[in-house]
Design a protein around this ligand. Structure first.
Ligand code: GLA
Length: 677
């Protein structure tokens, strides 16, 4: 059987535990309850063939374990745990609380979430529970305790997987029970109702509150709710969900103090959970779910941004890709299968950017239920399939990547600041342009740096900036005084700062900073704007440095900064569009419009020169490069997203094939290498 590993992981919660698998964790969600027991034997044999060493088990199985109130049937789970253990496969055992049993929803329909219109969620889906429901909490914790006590000593148990994507279908609840919890949260935050009135600016439309009891969740209204209220409700909802996670975690830690605990995050989903940075403090390993959008031709770039952001949330520690797909999903408009090689590149890209494993949703494609057409490792066609063969080859490759486990992605000199709070604030209320979305510019900049082989961290604005040479602040709409001051201090101390349009506009209460835009950064940038002139969908502007730009223009005035470029066309001709100010021994650059792809690359080249940014390695354009660094080796990942052969001018051992390379390594079209030296 597989021994528990070797390598320890120091994790955000400050605990150390043995890694959950021998080498890279590899496998996926396994739902044996959907299959006859004869199939389980075949499953374990196929898992061994594919190199699977880690499965997420029991995720939605509450109704099959607690078959009636307080009546537990463990037999099937006992048997599959034993079988997996005999097969050398480690288990991330899920508390099954994501899907309450039918009997519970029937006897206590009040545990379900209620939407803005007062409609209570019915049975038949999943995550149909409110984190503020005391009744739900009681039943959930009883289940968790029973599970933990039953399997506390099971040798297959490696990790607790709490519930599933907490906040996915139950991110908001507007019930009366939630209203009570919401008021208590506000009272703890503000102490007095006048402080709430001040923060939200509730004089607007005369929404003045004279007591906490008058405050309600933002239920259906015909006009927009107050953005400050919406932002606080977002934060409250996230805290309520986190409270549920913590309650489960406490039971698990009490019963099994040595088993690490996590829950699967949805880091690139911006509507569900506020601030995973706070959640990350509470898990023993950051675990993320990521799915590419098949219609997006740049989906591998989106993946890279997501993986870098996940590492940022994990504070640079190794993390776990706990779910992604082998091929098609079933929840997009068109669910196209992945191209040959794509699942391998996707897995390796996450690993390159700090994951110590890649798990798939799911092991075997379902034949029934809501996810019938969601891909798996074993497809409807069986193991004789393109997907299974590719997974098998990937499993073999990952075995060879065991030395990478525990290494860290080499420190970047560039930080892109990205805060969930800011992104949420931007999505509330009526904005100058709905074409401006919070992720757009951060991703475009990230893509341009990646194209130039320059390493970037995607981090929250709360991080220590001292190790960076360049800090990029793209559409950071909401920023605290404290973060704005640290960014300014970074420039004064010799750092280079780039701020874009629509940054620093509001404070933490989502109230606009007065005195001209971009409020929090106006003095640092030595500019002032009094009006925005966002562009319509089909408009663009020429700049006098040769760039083409779109989306945004503004009536910017210089207040000490120099214009690096001005508009050459359109209504704002002659108005500065790109400015730079000297600040202490550093600089502060302002970008007032969105450069097209070519211009963005020129911008990145100019910034690389300004801040003397190193490249990760000397390699052909079109390769995705990332370097992880361990105690005594460096691992250069090179992924080829093009249809031609490309070259990296660095020698070493290709960990995947074992081949030795002198001073150059070629990467076949669509292929990947991991060069150790
Ligand atoms: C999420 C869930 C899984 C499954 C997949 C489908 O990530 O956690 O249970 O529904 O989506 O893509």
């Amino acid at each position: 059987m597989t021994e528990l590993v070797s390598r320890s992981h120091d994790q955000p919660a400050g605990r150390t535990f043995p890694w959950i698998a021998e080498g890279m964790a590899f496998g996926g969600d396994y739902s044996p309850e959907q299959w006859a027991e004869e199939v389980w034997v075949e499953d374990v044999a196929l898992m061994q063939r594919a190199g699977v060493n880690s499965v997420n088990l029991g995720v939605f199985s509450w109704g099959l374990l607690e078959v009636a109130d307080g009546v537990f049937e463990w037999g099937w789970l006992d048997r599959i745990l034993d079988l997996l253990h005999e097969g050398g496969i480690g288990v991330n055992l899920s508390t099954p609380t994501a899907a309450p049993p039918i009997w519970l929803l029937q006897t206590h329909p009040e545990i379900a979430t209620v939407d803005e219109n007062g409609v209570r969620t019915g049975q038949g889906g999943r995550l149909a529970w409110s984190p503020s429901s005391a009744t739900f909490r009681r039943y959930a914790l009883r289940m968790v305790r029973a599970l933990a006590e039953r399997y506390r000593d099971h040798p297959a148990l490696r990790l607790w997987h709490v519930s599933n994507e907490i906040g996915n279908e139950n991110s908001r609840c507007y019930s009366d029970e939630t209203a009570v919890a919401w008021r208590a949260w506000l009272e703890a935050k503000y102490t007095t109702v006048d402080a709430v009135n001040d923060s939200w600016g509730s004089a607007f439309w005369g929404h003045h509150y004279t007591s906490f009891t008058q405050i309600e969740p933002p239920r259906f209204a015909r006009a927009s709710h107050n953005p400050g209220l919406l932002l606080d409700f977002d934060r409250f909802s996230s805290d309520a969900l986190l409270g549920h996670y913590l309650a489960e975690r406490e039971v698990l830690r009490e019963v099994t103090p040595d088993i690490p605990v996590t829950t699967n995050f949805m880091i690139m989903s911006f509507t569900q959970v506020d601030d995973y940075g706070r959640w990350a403090e509470e898990v023993d390993v950051v675990a993320n779910d990521h799915y590419t959008i098949s219609s997006d031709p740049l989906r591998h770039s989106e993946l890279s941004f997501s993986a870098d952001r996940t590492r940022g949330i994990a504070k640079g520690d190794p993390w776990l890709l706990i779910e992604h797909s082998t091929s098609a999903v079933n929840w997009q408009t068109v669910n196209r299968a992945k191209e040959p090689g794509e699942l391998t590149r996707n897995s390796l890209a996450h690993i390159a950017r700090g994951a110590d494993g890649a798990l798939f949703f799911q092991w075997r494609m379902s034949t029934a239920g809501a996810e019938q057409f969601h891909s798996g490792i074993v497809t409807h066609a069986g193991a004789d399939s393109k997907v299974f063969r590719e997974v098998e080859a990937l499993g073999a490759a990952l075995k060879n990547l065991a030395p990478v486990v525990g290494s860290r992605v080499e420190s970047a000199r560039v930080a892109i600041l990205f805060d969930h709070d800011s992104a949420s604030a931007q999505s509330f209320g009526r904005m100058p342009s709905t074409l401006l979305t919070p992720q757009d510019l951060p991703k475009r900049l990230h893509r341009a740096f990646a194209a130039r082989h320059i390493a970037v961290d995607v981090v929250p604005s709360t991080v220590d900036l001292s190790g960076y040479s360049l800090v990029v602040v793209p559409t950071l709409y909401l920023v605290s005084d404290e973060a704005a001051e640290r960014i300014a201090e970074f420039a004064r101390g010799g750092g280079h700062v780039v701020v874009s349009y629509f940054s620093g506009i509001v404070d933490e209460s989502s109230r606009v900073r007065e005195g001209g835009y971009p409020g929090a950064f106006r003095d640092l940038l030595q500019i002032r704007t009094d009006e925005f002139f966002p562009l319509f969908e089909d408009e663009s502007v020429e700049l006098d440095n040769g760039w083409t730009a779109d989306l945004w223009t503004e009536s910017l005035e210089l207040r000490g900064a120099t214009a690096l470029a001005s508009y050459r066309s359109g209504e704002r001709q002659g108005v500065p569009a790109l400015t730079r100010a000297s600040v202490g021994t550093g600089t502060a650059t302002y970008l007032a419009s969105r450069p097209d792809d070519d211009a963005m690359l020129q911008f990145v080249d100019e910034l690389a020169e300004l801040a003397s940014l190193p490249v990760i390695a000397d390699a052909d354009a079109g390769l995705e490069l990332v370097r992880r660094v361990g105690a005594d080796a460096s691992f250069l990942f090179a992924l080829n997203h093009t249809a031609g052969t490309l070259t990296v001018r660095e020698g070493g051992t290709d960990l995947i094939t074992g081949e030795e390379h002198g001073s150059t390594v070629t990467v076949p079209a669509g292929g990947a290498v991991v060069v150790m030296r």
